[in-house]
Ligand binder design. Structure first.
Ligand code: SAM
Ligand code: SF4
Length: 358
């Protein structure tokens, strides 16, 4: 990985080649993050670990190798980077992974982030297996919203998709989150043909019964997996919508949560049904986010390799937050126009979603 030099030059990896980014302390401080295409970045996802207690078939290979722990950012380093982003105008941070609740002392990070003035939304994406233990502490630390991933409501199927998961643990996590009184608790489901595509109506009914929103996600070709062919398993958002319309009237809304979800309302019900459709409805022109991996790599796009090594920066400049902010501002110039996902070729992105911070 790239390392800093004493002249304040870091190497950032760009499309597999090395690019020089320079910064100087006289560079003007910007109040917001804007890229070359005029998009404002006000949302950061922080992956606190690539490890997970589940092994979802679309997310990782069964014999996955995790990053050695010494290579991970410390929670203090993550909090410092989060603070720099908020100083630059970021208003939303999502903590994710891997499974974020498997990182030891992760609540410490939530407490640090939860105190940042200017941060409007502190959220988490989790598989829910440990949520019953953490929900209250997360709420007290300032977490506003929780996204919980659940791809099936049938124990056997849930186990098959997650390779080892126990459905009742995720269900218990959902109950705990609902009881805790977060501003919002939402469900996410990745839909695969012949695995769970026939369950979409049941998943919506589950969400409706609890007055929750639910989003259906098209599988993305991140990393090599070994259990299915992603192209064969592709089940488009449009097919899901058509399936659901046999049960409900679904009215498109212009509502946005500032993310890639397109939402539909069911008349008379609180539940909104969202679709995250990287293949069928590209959302890159609206992209407002960047991702920090657990190793400290700032990824400018989910589906490209443009990145900056922020671990090198925080370790070279342990007290100089201005230098860190300047590098973050400069990194926005690396943000590419969009992803090039193609289900029919081998993945061009070799990192899996658990490393990326989904
Ligand atoms: N472990 C947590 C969880 O499952 O919610 C957080 C991390 S997980 C990587 C975040 C989200 O990414 C989950 O909703 C998961 O279903 C989704 N995901 C993982 N791999 C994916 C892929 N290849 N394509 C689309 N979504 C994926
Ligand atoms: Fe773990 Fe989430 Fe990936 Fe499933 S999707 S293996 S729960 S990180």
């Amino acid at each position: 990985m790239a390392s800093p030099t004493e002249h304040g030059i870091i190497l950032a990896s760009l499309m597999g080649t090395e690019t020089l980014i320079t910064w100087s302390r006289s560079m003007p401080r910007q109040s917001s993050l804007t890229d070359r295409f005029g998009r404002t970045v006000d949302y950061v996802r922080i992956s606190v670990t690539d490890r997970c207690d589940l092994r979802c078939v679309y997310c990782m290979a069964e014999d996955v190798k995790f990053v050695p722990r010494p290579q991970l950012l410390t929670l203090e380093e993550m909090a410092r980077i989060g603070r720099a982003f908020v100083d630059l105008g970021v208003r939303k941070i999502r903590v994710t992974g891997g499974e974020p609740l498997t990182r030891r002392n992760v609540v410490h990070l939530f407490r640090e982030l939860g105190q940042l003035e200017g941060l409007r939304d502190l959220t988490i994406t989790t598989n829910g297996t440990q949520l019953h233990r953490y929900a209250r502490e997360l709420r007290e630390a300032g977490v506003t919203r929780v996204n919980i991933s659940i791809d099936s409501l049938h124990a056997e199927r849930f186990r098959a998709i997650t390779r080892n998961g126990e459905l009742h643990r995720t269900l218990r996590g959902i109950d705990a989150a609902l009881e805790t009184g977060f501003r919002k608790v939402k469900l996410n489901a990745v839909i695969l043909k012949n695995r769970n595509h026939d369950e979409v109506a049941e998943l919506v009914a589950f969400a409706v019964a609890r007055q929750m929103d639910i989003s259906f996600i098209e599988e993305m070709p991140l990393g090599v997996i070994d259990e299915h062919d992603r192209a064969e398993a592709y089940y488009s958002s449009d097919r899901i919508l058509a399936d659901l319309r046999r049960h409900h009237e679904l009215i498109p809304t212009t509502e946005s949560t500032g993310g890639p979800s397109r939402y539909y309302r069911i008349p008379g019900l609180k539940t909104r049904v969202g679709f995250i459709s990287p293949h069928s409805h590209n959302f890159c022109d609206q992209c407002n986010r960047v991702r920090l991996t657990a190793e400290g790599r700032l990824l400018l796009c989910l589906g490209q390799e443009h990145s900056t090594d922020l671990r090198a920066v925080v370790r070279a400049e342990p007290t100089d937050d201005a230098a860190l902010r300047e590098i973050i501002v400069e990194s926005m110039k690396l943000k590419p126009k969009g992803h090039d996902f193609d289900l029919y070729t081998r993945p061009i992105i070799f990192r899996h979603m658990n490393t990326t911070g989904g």
